[in-house]
Ligand binder design. Structure first.
Ligand SMILES: *[C@@H]1O[C@H](CO)[C@@H](O)[C@H](O)[C@H]1NC(C)=O
Ligand SMILES: *[C@@H]1O[C@H](CO)[C@@H](O)[C@H](O)[C@H]1NC(C)=O
Length: 317
C-alpha cells in the first residue's frame, strides 16, 4: 500500500525532474515598467558623470518613454553641461519586487553605446555585497562583447567543471579579493554587446538562478537556435531545453543561500566612472580620445545612440 510518505517522496522525485520548468510570475511591457519599477535618483556608487532622474522628471524630459510595446530609456543627447554642475541626465530603474530563485528573460532591441557609456542589466540585494549581485549584461564604450559577473562576499568561487560557451576571466567572486571585479565570463559573440548587438536588431538575455547556481544565456536576434519559449515570452519556460549557457556559475563551491539574498532587478546607464572612465580603457576604444568626462560634458551628440529599447522583460519563479 502507498503511504503518504511514499506519495510525498514520489511527488518530490517529479519535482526535481521538473526542476528546470519555471512559471511566469511577472511580465513587464511598455508602461508596466513605470508601475513595476522605481526610478532611483541617487548618486552613482561607481562615480559616473551621471545625473539619475526621478520618474516624473525622466518622463517629462523624454529620458524615459513608455508606450505600447516599447520602453525607451536614453541619455540626454542635446545638452552641453557645465563642468561644475551635475552629470548627464540618465536613468536607473529598479524593480519594486524582489526575487530569489527565478529566471529572467530580457527582449532588447537596442542598447546604449558610445564613448563613455556604461550600461547594465543586473540584479542585487539590499545588503551589498552580503546578498550578492548578478550582472547579466554589462560593458563599456559600446565595444567588445558582453560580460556576465557575480559579485559576492568571501567563500564563493566558481572553479571546477563548467559547461559554457563564454570565456572565464576569474573564478573568485569575492569583491574584497578582486578589487570589486568579481568573477566574470565574456561572451565570445560580438553580437552580444554595443554596436554589433544594435546593428543586428538586439536579442535575448536570460538568467537562471537556482540552488545549483547561476546561468546566463544570450541569443542574437534572428538566431536559428532561439528556444520558442524565449522567443515568445511564453507563460512557462524550460531551461533544460536552452542549450549550453554563455556563462555557468555552478554552486559547487559557492553556497547560493549564504551568498545571494532577495534581488531587485536594475536597468541603468552611467558614464565614465570606475570602469568606463579609466583612461587606459577609454582611450583604447575606437574614436574615444581625450578625457571621458570632457566628452560627457561637451559632446551631447555623441550620446545619440545611448539608449535602451526594451520590448519586454518576463520573470519566472
Ligand atoms: C549602474 O550600472 C553600473 C554598471 O553595472 C554600476 O556599476 C553602477 O553602480 C550603477 N549605478 C547605480 C547607481 O546603481
Ligand atoms: C520621445 O521619445 C520617443 C522615443 O525615442 C520619440 O518617439 C518621441 O517622439 C519623443 N517625444 C518627444 C516629444 O520628443
Amino acid at each position: 500500500m502507498f503511504s503518504t510518505g511514499a506519495l510525498l517522496s514520489l511527488t518530490c522525485l517529479v519535482c526535481s525532474v521538473l526542476g528546470t520548468t519555471w512559471k511566469q510570475s511577472d511580465s513587464y511591457v511598455g508602461t508596466q515598467f513605470l508601475s513595476g519599477f522605481d526610478h532611483m535618483a541617487i548618486a552613482d556608487p561607481t562615480h559616473g558623470r551621471v545625473n539619475y532622474l526621478d520618474q516624473a522628471t525622466a518622463v517629462q524630459k523624454n529620458i524615459t518613454y513608455a508606450h505600447g510595446n516599447t520602453l525607451i530609456l536614453r541619455a540626454d543627447h542635446t545638452t552641453k553641461l557645465s563642468a561644475s554642475g551635475p552629470g548627464r541626465d540618465s536613468f536607473r530603474l529598479m524593480s519594486k519586487k524582489t526575487y530569489t530563485n527565478h529566471v529572467t528573460v530580457w527582449n532588447v532591441r537596442h542598447m546604449p553605446r558610445g564613448c563613455g557609456t556604461w550600461p547594465a542589466l543586473w540584479e542585487f540585494g539590499a545588503n551589498w555585497p552580503a546578498q550578492g549581485e548578478v550582472d547579466i549584461m554589462e560593458g563599456v564604450n559600446g565595444h567588445g562583447s558582453n560580460q556576465a559577473t557575480l559579485h559576492t562576499t568571501a567563500g564563493c568561487t566558481v572553479g571546477g567543471s563548467r559547461s559554457m560557451t563564454g570565456t572565464s576571466l576569474g573564478t573568485n567572486c569575492d569583491v574584497a579579493a578582486t578589487g570589486n571585479a568579481g568573477c566574470s565570463v565574456f561572451d565570445t559573440s560580438s553580437k552580444s554587446f554595443g554596436i554589433n548587438f544594435n546593428s543586428n536588431g538586439g536579442g535575448f538575455f536570460a538568467m537562471e538562478r537556482s540552488s545549483s547556481g547561476v546561468k546566463v544565456w544570450f541569443w542574437p536576434r534572428h538566431a536559428s537556435n532561439i528556444p520558442s519559449d524565449v522567443l515568445n515570452g511564453a507563460t512557462s519556460v524550460n531551461t533544460a531545453n536552452w542549450g549550453t549557457p554563455m556563462a555557468d556559475f555552478p554552486s559547487t563551491s559557492c553556497d547560493m543561500a549564504s551568498h545571494f539574498g532577495p534581488h531587485n532587478i536594475v536597468i541603468n546607464l552611467t558614464f565614465c566612472g570606475d570602469w568606463a572612465g579609466q583612461a587606459a580603457i577609454y582611450n583604447s576604444q575606437d574614436g574615444c580620445s581625450g578625457s571621458c568626462v570632457d566628452n560627457v560634458n561637451n559632446n551631447p551628440g555623441s550620446f545619440d545612440w545611448a539608449y535602451f529599447d526594451v520590448a519586454w522583460l518576463k520573470i519566472y519563479q
